[in-house]
Ligand binder design. Structure first.
Ligand code: GDP
Length: 201
């Protein structure tokens, strides 16, 4: 139900687990390295052009951003990782916050892990997948910027990623493709979000 996601509204940005909205209802987190296309993904999936701009505000890039879909359902924008020149201390902070969020958040139903189709499964992507596996969280891998590869090469990468996920991260359902430029049917991605959030049809 794509229209459901158009209701998304920014709630707040949290720097720590105790600043987050009340842990009730259901939420889906969206994660990926910086520049993977996470803001574009959130804006496209909700149809709200500037929704994710809050996460681009300087000083807010290390925060967890919450968006309400309705009274009990939320989308959560996790801070991007893998910045080129991040000091080790900031890197550790990111890791601690994400790990604590993933392991303690009871309303979290699943994690969308965005990976650039040209270089998926980076060490930090795998770190994130490990945390999700450790906490038993379902994952949907989304390969962004699918327009950057030919159809054949994109399909080949998807197959390779799916095989690696099946072998190492069995809680990751599938890898879907996404692009803001090329028509790629996002139906399977909406279906997964609907399922996790139990969106009524
Ligand atoms: P974020 O840092 O992960 O939030 O990434 P952004 O959404 O800001 O996107 C980073 C850059 O990648 C921007 O220049 C976008 O225009 C570009 N981008 C995002 N999605 C796509 C896509 O599907 N295809 C292409 N070719 N570029 C994209």
């Amino acid at each position: 139900m794509q229209d459901f996601y158009r209701r998304a509204e920014f709630i707040l940005s949290a720097a720590a687990v105790d600043h987050m909205p009340e842990d009730r209802g259901a939420e889906v987190a969206i994660a990926g390295r910086s520049n993977v296309g996470k803001s574009s993904f959130i804006n496209t999936m909700t149809g709200i052009r500037k929704l994710a701009r809050t996460s681009k505000t300087p000083g807010r890039t290390q925060l967890i951003n919450f968006f309400a879909l309705d009274a009990t359902r939320r989308l959560v924008d996790l801070p991007g990782y893998g910045f080129a020149k991040v000091p080790p201390q900031v890197q550790r902070q990111w890791q601690a916050m994400i790990e604590s969020y993933l392991s303690s958040r009871r309303s979290l139903r699943g994690v969308v892990v965005l990976m650039d189709i040209r270089h998926p499964m980076t060490p930090l992507d795998q770190q994130l997948l490990h945390w999700c596996r450790a906490t038993g969280l379902p994952v949907l891998a989304v390969l962004t910027k699918a327009d950057k590869l030919s159809r054949g090469a994109a399909a080949q990468t998807r197959g390779k990623v799916q095989r690696q996920l099946a072998a190492e991260f069995p809680q990751a359902a599938t890898a879907e493709m996404f692009s803001t430029l090329k028509p790629v049917d996002p139906g399977a991605i909406y279906a997964r979000l609907d399922e996790w959030l139990d969106v009524p049809h």
